[in-house]
Design a protein around this ligand. Structure first.
Ligand code: TYM
Length: 332
């Protein structure tokens, strides 16, 4: 039996990028791996590495939990929990910092991007964040970590940290594999297709939030930046806007990019965008309906309580053992 684990940070609104790159993937994996275990969590400790509004943070944490279920994850087969409710994440996060090099953290793209933007008062937790992410994964002996392209580097660092620890002491941490989708691993901003669609973006026209009004969603797709070539084809270098829309179309329609290109061979961008706008609104509309049902059903808290209990049990054992191996405390 394999264990699959992933998490989402409650910063900003969940976007179509999160849905395509992560949430939809989790559901597909769960359906195609009926024997395996799924651990999914809301990474609230990661969210507070940058300032958060207290009320919003709590609301978004619940929103993500509800969205996981709304997207089709089976609550019976998912250990769904909130990261901060399992104390051992922070504990192992600290321990793993002692096996992570400054140089490794300095090479992380997300950190480098923040530095490049000249943001001031960055917290030390933002810098050590990848060690906490390694803890999130290694604490449960996860085999596979499905993530979008932007998180691949963090999973690779996790592998390095686990290997370093294992070489120093003994074979203790399972070395996880990232699972990155072939199409949709990096959904781009609709207004600037050179950067990834992000929930923390200031320009709301560039991203589609999963709880956006459906008419607004259609408008955002129709006003997505394209190019002047006028040919619907997959050429990310020369037509990054169209390539991005094709990826979205392909994942949501479950058709190959080649088939979609054929369908639009003699049509223009307007037709393509209109059809895509309808498709995105239809899929997100279904998701929103289920999301509202989950919120109203009142079952979320019992799912999260159960998840917390199971995750805590597993995490406690792993961290106790880890401390013992290192030589902390009195137990041998
Ligand atoms: P986060 O919250 O930024 O993103 C959650 C997931 O969504 C994917 N994603 C995208 N995929 C495609 N296109 C996009 N534009 C896009 N934007 C986001 C991300 O790759 C991710 O899979 N550090 C993580 C959360 C985390 C985690 C973990 C993940 C904490 N601990 C342990 C896996 C395992 C993060 O900030 O993801």
């Amino acid at each position: 039996m394999k264990r699959i684990l992933s998490g989402i940070k409650p910063t900003g609104e969940l976007t179509l990028g999160n849905y395509i790159g992560a949430i939809k993937r989790f559901v597909e994996l769960q359906q195609s791996m009926p024997e395996d275990e799924f651990y999914l969590f809301i990474a609230d400790l990661h969210a507070i590495t940058v300032p958060q509004d207290t009320t919003e943070l709590r609301r978004r944490t619940r929103d993500i939990a509800a969205m996981y279920i709304a997207a089709g994850l089976d609550p019976e087969r998912t250990v769904l929990f909130i990261q901060s409710e399992v104390k051992e994440h922070a504990e192992l996060g600290y321990l793993l910092q002692c096996y992570t090099h400054m140089g490794e953290l300095e090479r992380m793209t997300q950190y480098k991007d923040k530095i490049k933007k000249g943001e001031s008062n960055l917290t030390s937790a933002l810098f050590t964040y990848p060690a906490l992410m390694a803890a999130d994964i290694l604490i449960y002996d996860a085999d596979y970590v499905p993530v979008g392209d932007d998180q691949k580097q963090h999973v690779e660092l996790t592998r390095d940290i686990a290997t370093r620890f294992n070489n120093r002491y003994r074979d203790f941490f399972r070395v996880p594999e990232p699972i990155i989708p072939k199409v949709g691993a990096r959904i781009m901003d609709l207004q600037d297709p050179s950067k990834k669609m992000s929930k923390s973006d200031d320009n709301s026209k560039g991203y589609i939030a999963l709880l956006d009004d459906l008419q607004v969603i259609k408008k955002k797709i129709k006003s997505a930046v394209t190019d002047s070539l006028g040919i619907v084809q997959y050429d990310p270098d020369n037509q990054p806007g169209i390539a991005n829309l094709l990826s979205i179309y392909s994942v949501l329609s479950e058709k190959s990019i080649d088939d979609i290109v054929l369908d639009y061979a003699s049509k223009g961008y307007a037709d393509f965008k209109n059809d895509l706008a309808e498709l995105v609104a239809e899929k997100i509309g279904e998701l929103q309906k289920k999301y509202n049902e989950v919120i109203q059903s009142g079952t979320l808290d019992s799912i999260l309580d159960k998840g917390k209990e199971t995750a805590s049990r597993v995490a406690y054992r792993k961290v106790e053992k880890c401390k013992q191996i290192i030589g902390l405390g009195r137990k041998r």
